[in-house]
Design a protein. Structure first.
Length: 262
């Protein structure tokens, strides 16, 4: 039911008076909150929820997208975002939680992205990022390449990013060299889409290693094709270079933080 829990903030207000003493007006999140319009989000997503059935929505679309902005700025995984929303005062204030609220479970972020759908999620997310860019924050970030933006939704995002990069290359290979497409796993490789939030930490680590190895194999075997395939392999190579450290025996995700005062 699209009716927020009593006491829950779904659009920005100062919240309990204690926030007025704790929230820094020099903080990046405060400045973004002042200049970026988030008020359209709940209405934009209203049709996802029943008006009269079910329990009231606690993790509203606005809370989820405010969380996504933080993840994009600070490279937080869904689990890291859950922690920050639980203990970081500026984060709690920015996303709209009362000071004494516990945060959502990290899986709520993945479920919301699935509920909204990739294209719709990106459309709203891009509109927020564009506002942030126009306001003069986070200069130089590439918001044009959709798969690049997804990288900033952290560890699960790195897995999703690699999947998308692999899928993009595989689709172009299928058009030009069907035999190589099948050699690289064909539809099984393209349709690898098990929800990341359903995986255990060990399974996520294993999946990351698996995808990195597959991405490197695809790049190696398709590097001489040229044309559209070359464009997509360059993009996949950039994804690997920007997000992955280590060799074949020790594959790990890079930890990159923006120089902000969170």
């Amino acid at each position: 039911m699209f009716s927020p829990r009593k006491g829950k903030q779904t659009t920005f207000v100062y919240g309990p008076e204690i926030y007025e003493k704790l929230v820094s007006r020099d903080h990046l999140l405060y400045k973004i909150n002042e200049l970026v319009d988030f008020t359209f989000i709940n209405e934009e997503c209203r049709n996802l929820y029943s008006e009269s059935m079910g329990r009231p929505v606690t993790n509203t679309p606005e809370i989820m997208f405010r969380s996504a902005i933080i993840q994009s700025l600070y490279d937080y995984s869904d689990r890291e975002m859950e922690y920050e929303a639980r203990y970081n005062i500026m984060v709690k204030w920015f996303i709209g939680l009362n000071l004494d609220d516990s945060s959502y479970d990290h899986s709520a972020l993945g479920r919301f992205r699935d509920l909204l759908g990739e294209e719709r999620w990106k459309g709203i997310f891009f509109s927020l990022l564009k506002q942030i860019e126009n306001a003069g924050f986070v200069k130089g970030k590439d918001y044009v390449d959709a798969t690049h933006v997804v990288a900033n939704i952290a560890i699960p995002g790195t897995i999703d990013l690699l999947r998308q990069g692999i899928k993009d290359v595989m689709k172009t290979i299928q058009e030009i060299d069907p035999d190589l497409f099948e050699e690289l796993g064909g539809e099984k490789t393209v349709n690898d889409n098990k929800k990341v939030y359903n995986l255990s930490p060990e399974e996520k680590e294993s999946k990351l290693v698996e995808l990195v190895k597959k991405a490197r194999e695809i790049n190696q075997k398709s590097e001489n094709i040229g044309g559209k395939v070359s464009e997509k392999t360059q993009q996949l190579r950039r994804i690997l270079n920007e997000n992955i450290d280590g060799n074949e025996d020790n594959i790990v995700k890079k930890k990159i933080r923006l120089k902000t005062d969170l």
